[in-house]
Design a protein around this ligand. Structure first.
Ligand code: NAD
Length: 282
């Protein structure tokens, strides 16, 4: 059986672990505290249960998927992994430390992938002695549903590593698209300026949030308007990515809207805090 370790059991890590376990991978899910791991396991169980209710999954398959996921608070659980996917907090110091540890712990031939949205894969790889086996594997939220995996090649990523990750992404039922390492890669370099401009429209009084979203949904065929999407991603996450784009590309066209800063300062972070551009009662 193939073995993967997923580091970080938040929104993305739990979804990534679920997707691997559903494709028969022996999956170790790691986080810093047992209660976070319990929460992740409950989220995965609820997701699988929904599939059972819809008749898309048999109850014994649900149980088999859950049995393939073991949880741990110690990075040593990555010692037998052939692939590690890091999905920890979007903070360079946190990720750099994780990759230094993984480089020591994971087997020499293992590929170390990061799900980062905006941190340089080349800089992460430079923390290890296996830069040729470090790569970006950028899943989209919600991971079990979304088709794309943006595969990011760092400066030193080898063809062999890229090939392995493309094969694995396809075997997971995803469609990988390869891009080079650059701030925001393609997904966020294109998405975040659109979200920022939508926020500017609200800020400048051009239209209310639901009108901005309606224009983009009905006029451009987007399934979700940019402001509803910003609430889903998290306004703090949007702000952090725009700051990276502005700083690392050195272009003020990525300057975060002052309204975005104000909302983050007020704790209106979107769905996760119950309020962003919209109010969420559940
Ligand atoms: N949320 C999204 O829509 C989205 C989409 C694509 C990519 N990403 C990226 O995925 C990564 C995770 O994002 P998220 O939204 O799941 O965040 P999250 O805050 O929900 O989860 C992060 C988890 O990492 C854990 N963690 C922190 N330090 C750790 C360590 N040293 N070892 C193990 N676990 C540690 C935290 O306890 C937390 O449970 C980030 O790099 C983010 O940029 C997020």
């Amino acid at each position: 059986m193939s073995r993967v370790a997923v580091v970080g059991a938040g929104t993305m890590g739990s979804g990534i672990a679920q997707v691997f376990a559903q494709r028969a991978w022996d999956t170790a899910l790691l986080d810093v505290a047992p209660e976070l791991l319990d929460k992740a396991r409950a989220a995965i169980r609820a997701n699988l249960e929904r599939q059972v209710q819809k008749g898309a999954l048999r109850p014994e398959e649900r149980d088999a998927v859950l049995a393939r996921i073991r949880t741990d608070t110690k990075p040593d659980a990555a010692a037998d992994a052939e692939l590690v996917v890091e999905a920890a907090t979007e903070n360079p110091a946190v990720k750099f430390k994780i990759f230094r540890d993984l480089d020591r712990i994971a087997p020499a031939g293992a590929v170390l992938a990061s799900n980062t949205s905006s941190i340089s894969i080349t800089a992460i790889a430079a923390q290890t002695r296996r830069a040729e086996r470090v790569i970006g594997m950028h899943f989209m939220n919600p991971v079990p549903v979304m088709q794309l995996v943006e595969v990011i090649r760092g400066l030193e990523t080898s063809d062999e590593t890229a090939g392995r990750i493309l094969d694995i992404a396809r075997a997971l039922g995803k469609t990988p698209v390869v891009v080079n390492d650059s701030p925001g890669f393609v997904s966020n370099r294109v998405l975040m300026p659109m979200i920022n401009e939508a926020i500017c429209c609200v800020q400048d009084g051009v239209a209310a949030p639901d009108a901005v979203d309606a224009v983009m949904k009905l006029g451009m065929n987007h399934p979700l308007g940019p402001l509803a999407l910003a609430d889903l991603v998290g306004l703090d996450v949007c702000l952090a990515i725009l700051e990276v784009l502005q700083r690392d590309l050195g272009d003020d066209k990525y300057r975060p809207a002052p309204l975005l800063r104000k909302m983050v300062a007020a704790g209106r972070l979107g769905r996760k805090t119950g309020r962003g551009f919209y109010v969420y009662r559940d």
